[in-house]
Design a protein around this ligand. Structure first.
Ligand code: NAP
Length: 305
């Protein structure tokens, strides 16, 4: 569906558009004729991704801006460097998933997963809001994770100071993002904004099931055959991008919805999911919002209409 959509006058930003699911999100959106801006913390990796997109999508309108979500003080300058009058959608895709037992912190002193994945996108949304409101019916698409489904937020320990396990802290940061995306939509609706916020997740998306896009990603010979049984359960990153791409392009999708892959939430075509039980807890969402505003010093607000 999305590849047939024509969106030549649209401008989209994809955070972490230089690699993985973000790369494929950008490639698929570029296929609609839209201008796609890759938010990337590495100019050489962004250049490689743009070359790969241009090789697949002749005439692709793609460019990049420097983006480091772990540096909250840099985000206003990133938005200024977009040099656009309006933004039709942003895909909050970038994410860190660390290994090891020792927590890492951003330069702002926040736990790295929570600080980058959640607080970085929370603050970025604040700076982007005037551009989104200047577009007609703009969308904010937040990429969550299936890993968050079995998690609960600890509002008294959002920075995992007393209970750091990399995998769990990552999953909680993704859950925080999903609460944010839903709470944001409630606030946009209350303000009568034309901007909407949709939450998606990519299922299980593995490099080894992902087609080559040199120089961004090269699948080794024989991997496709060896991984075929895994492909019955999980998918590649090109497929993992589809819920986000659909959420950007499909006008039938409404703010406040959750979309993920059809087959057990792990693979397959995008479909709408019922909100997971913990995500219906609006009090937790509101408390997280307030804590995020306190930690970042900003809070996304829509101009009241
Ligand atoms: N793959 C899965 O199965 C899966 C499942 C559930 C959810 N997700 C979510 O889907 C999203 C994409 O995952 P992926 O598998 O494509 O991951 P990936 O291949 O590791 O790509 C992550 C992207 O995020 C960027 N990034 C990391 N830290 C950043 C920062 N401080 N500022 C700006 N960009 C930063 C990376 O940039 P660099 O190239 O500079 O590192 C890269 O472009 C993530 O939000 C992830 O949590 C993935």
């Amino acid at each position: 569906m999305p590849q047939t959509v024509c969106a030549t006058d649209r401008v989209y930003l994809v955070t972490g558009g230089n690699a993985g699911i973000g790369y494929f999100t950008a490639e698929q959106l570029a296929g609609t004729g839209a201008t796609v801006v890759l938010g990337s913390r590495s100019a050489p990796r962004a250049d490689a991704a743009m070359a790969a997109i241009r090789a697949r999508v002749p005439g692709a309108r793609v460019r990049s801006v420097g983006l480091d979500l772990a540096d909250l003080g840099s985000l206003q300058a990133t938005v200024d460097s977009l040099e656009v009058g309006r933004l039709d959608a942003v895909v909050h895709n970038a994410g860190v998933f660390l290994e090891g037992t020792e927590p890492k912190r951003t330069g702002d002193g926040n736990e790295m997963h929570f600080g980058t994945n959640h607080l970085g996108h929370f603050a970025l949304t604040y700076w982007l809001m005037p551009l989104l409101e200047a577009a007609q019916d703009a969308r904010i698409v937040t990429v969550g994770s299936f890993a968050a489904k079995s998690e609960r937020l600890d509002l008294d320990d959002l920075q995992s100071r007393t209970d750091y396990q990399a995998k769990r802290t990552y999953a909680r940061s993704k859950l925080a993002q999903m609460y944010f995306g839903l709470e944001l939509d409630r606030r946009l609706r209350a303000a009568g904004s034309t901007v909407s916020s949709v939450v998606v997740h990519p299922g299980g998306a593995l490099e080894s099931l992902t087609p080559s896009r040199p120089p961004v990603h090269v699948r080794k010979a024989g991997t496709a055959l060896r991984m075929a049984p895994v492909g019955l359960v999980l998918q590649g990153k090109h497929a993992g991008a589809r819920p986000a791409v659909r959420a950007v392009l499909d006008p039938r999708i409404a703010g406040g919805e959750l979309w993920g892959p059809r087959v057990f939430g792990l693979r397959g075509r995008p479909h709408r999911e019922r909100l997971w039980t913990q995500l219906t807890d609006t009090e937790t969402a509101q408390r997280l919002w307030q804590a995020s505003a306190d930690l970042t010093g900003v809070a996304p607000t829509a101009a009241r209409r």
